[in-house]
Every structure is written in C-alpha cells, then in structure tokens.
Design a protein around this ligand. Structure first.
Ligand code: MN
Length: 206
C-alpha cells in the first residue's frame, strides 16, 4: 500500500476539486455535544488515497466550497455514523448534507452476525488493516495538528469507499439495499431531532 497523501487546508476546501466516486467525510470536534463542542476539522477523501483536512479556527465557518460540496445533489457523501457528523455540519456550517451513505447503518442492516459496527471493526474485517484509535480524544483545536493527529484524521476517511463497496455486496445479498437507502434519506431528519433535544428519545416508540 502506498503512503496516503494528506493535504491541510485552512477554513475551506480549495476551488476546483471534484469527487466523481463520491466523497468520504468525517469530522473532529471538541466533544460529543454539538451545541457545546465546536467543529474543529472536516476530513474528506475521494477514495484515491488522498485525504483533505479542512481546519477551522472557530472564528469563521464561512466555507463556500465545502458547503457547496456538502449540498451538491450529484455527489454522494459517505460517512461512518453520519448522524453525528451531519448534525455538527448543520449546526456550524448551516448546511443540510446530502445525498448520504452511512457505513454504520449499512453494517447494522447487513452484518447481523455481529454487534461490532465500529469503523475499526469494518476496516479490520474487510481490509485486514489495524486502525489506531489513539488520537480520537485529542485536542483538535490545537493551533498546529501533530503528525499523529493528521494521520489519524486521514485514516477515518481513506477506507470508507472500500468499505462501502463490501457493504453494498452484503446488502444486496440479504435484500436490504432499498431499506438502507430509505434509512440514509431519513438521516438529516434524525440529526435535526438530535439538535433540538430529542437525541435520547425514540419518537417511534410506544
Ligand atoms: Mn474521526
């Protein structure tokens, strides 16, 4: 495997990037509560071994190129646990992300033989790659990201296209691709419910 290329950008993506195979996206924040813990980093990859890291200083979230990509109806956005990332993107960038593919939802619908649906589990099982989660809870607001932080952040998007392909085969095998698609389409609504305080309520429950 060739070493991934990591490109760091301040405040927005550069103009002129295109992602014909869809774009894998992840976010890093200061914590798990979108209203309290700000968005620090958005990672993106076209599935070509390159990761783009967009770093935010917290003063401005005016990122026209990134926002246009997130809302572009022709570009599929691939996440692992999209529910959290799209809530954060909605809250800080004021943009509703779509269309969406979520590898965690696909895994839950396709891999009923296990309850292990973490990114680390999928990358291990499908690609035989051992992902380190060591930098997960590090200070993403630091003025300079360390080499370890950059490598960790990039790893969260570099493998999502390959995982999506494997999960699509499995979803087809069990006849749940359409169900997965409908679940993906509900994600912006689920994220909006989270942001207004329904994060721990199942509104469908009796
Ligand atoms: Mn991450």
């Amino acid at each position: 495997m060739t070493a991934p290329k990591i490109k760091l950008h301040k405040g927005d993506l550069p103009a002129g990037l295109s992602f014909p195979k869809g774009v894998a996206i992840d976010t890093e924040t200061l914590g798990l509560k979108p209203h309290r813990d700000r968005l620090c980093l958005v990672q993106l990859s076209g599935g070509d071994g390159t990761a783009h890291l967009v770093k935010f200083d917290g003063k401005s979230y005016d990122a026209p190129h990134l926002k246009a990509l997130l809302a572009d109806p022709k570009t599929l956005k691939i996440f692992h646990f999209a529910r959290f990332d799209i809530a954060v993107l909605e809250h800080y960038l004021g943009v509703t992300t779509g269309p969406i593919y979520c590898t965690k939802i696909a895994s839950k619908l396709a891999r009923t033989y296990t309850d292990r649906h973490g990114l680390k589990d999928l990358v291990g099982e499908f690609l035989g790659i051992e992902l380190s989660k060591q930098q997960q809870s590090s200070d993403w607001a630091a003025a300079e990201l360390s080499d370890n932080q950059r490598a960790y952040a990039a790893n969260d998007v570099l493998h999502l296209h390959a995982i999506q392909a494997k999960l699509d085969e499995m979803l087809t095998r069990v006849g749940r691709r359409e169900l997965a698609q409908i679940a993906f389409e509900f994600l912006p609504t689920r994220a909006r419910l989270d942001l207004i305080g329904f994060e721990n309520d199942d509104i469908f429950a009796h």
